[in-house]
Design a protein around this ligand. Sequence first.
Ligand SMILES: [Cu+2]
Length: 210
Amino acid sequence: MARYNVTIHWHGARQITTPWADGPDFITQCPIRPGGSYTYRFTISGQEGTLWWHAHSSWLRATVNGAIVIHPKLGDSYLFPKPKCDSVIALGEWWDANPIEVIREATRTGATPNVSDAYTINGQPGDLYKCSNKDTVIVPIDSGETNLIRVINSTLNQQLFITIVHVSSSHCHCKNGNFKEGKAIESFLTLMTTRMLMLIWVMNRKMGSK
Ligand SMILES: [Cu+2]
């Protein structure tokens, strides 16, 4: 049962002529009350790539999120060879405690909020944690294929570092959620909180082989 007021914020949507549909609570709208409903109306035009949305009221930001994937128009091409595999990886955080209580406690005491208990990959704490190692996201990829991965940093305040191993080439193709000319990835990329990246790479050997 929902207990908190909430809004949805749309990261990367330009909201041209619809700034009131952007979602931050008490800035562009009053929050949606438990049991209530609200329809966001806006048009996304001239954008292609990866946008995303999440709950946006206090630390409810740590709850629901999702990606908006915009493919090139029919007949248009990507700025790179058409990827064989196109997947979304949303990175996030998990608190064992109620995140609203975590931030309330921090506000009350003036201390920094407790750090999360786990990082998550598409909602699962990943294979570093026993609780979900059977449910970890696995994207099967073959050698020689061009792959596109859309990475979203939905953590509350963490910058994350990303690297791709066993590849012949890897490029980052992202600016504010839209495709742009790719930049070769030297060693790793930093992904600031709430930002997204689009990575393209060609696998040079099968995963699992040494
Ligand atoms: Cu946000």
